[in-house]
Design a protein around this ligand. Structure first.
Ligand SMILES: [Zn+2]
Length: 154
């Protein structure tokens, strides 16, 4: 994409959208994953099809965090239609969706299990944690509190 396709106003709107669609949801997922005991068990942006946001090589599982607008989610946020350049955005989002589908198919063909976390699902942190726990299963090592609790007094 050439840089001059955007007016300055459009560019700042894009930057705002990127910020709200990217940073915070990925941070929330990262915190939840660590809280579940998977700290240092995953890689960010691994060289896999679609560059999944979180890859767990030992489990062969990957988590994709999708912004609802950019990836065309079937929700209120995903249904937003920019007034300017609507044809451009429709094409762009259709392209993103096609790429997502191709990447997901390639990962599954390689034996990976996938979980897509949508931006609109991040707000409910308890639900997010349950969703991640169901997907990832039990943590890889026992919780560190066990060693403290096992020091029982007679
Ligand atoms: Zn959504």
């Amino acid at each position: 994409m050439r840089a001059d396709v955007f007016t300055p106003a459009q560019r700042s709107a894009v930057m705002r959208a990127v910020k709200s669609a990217g940073t915070a949801p990925e941070q929330a997922v990262s915190e939840a994953v660590c809280a579940l005991g998977f700290r240092r068990r995953y890689r960010r942006g691994a060289r896999l099809p679609g560059r999944p946001d979180f890859a767990f090589p030992a489990l062969r599982k990957a988590i994709l965090v999708h912004g609802c607008f950019w990836h065309g989610h079937d929700c209120k946020r995903g249904a937003r239609q920019p007034k300017d350049n609507s044809a451009y955005w429709a094409t762009k989002i259709a392209g993103n969706r096609a790429r997502d589908a191709a990447s997901a198919a390639a990962l599954v063909a390689g034996g990976w299990k996938l979980l897509v976390v949508w931006e609109c699902q991040i707000g409910d942190r308890a639900r997010l944690a349950r969703q991640l726990q169901r997907f990832l299963g039990p943590p890889p090592s026992p919780p560190t509190l066990t060693s403290i609790n096992s020091r029982r007094r007679p």
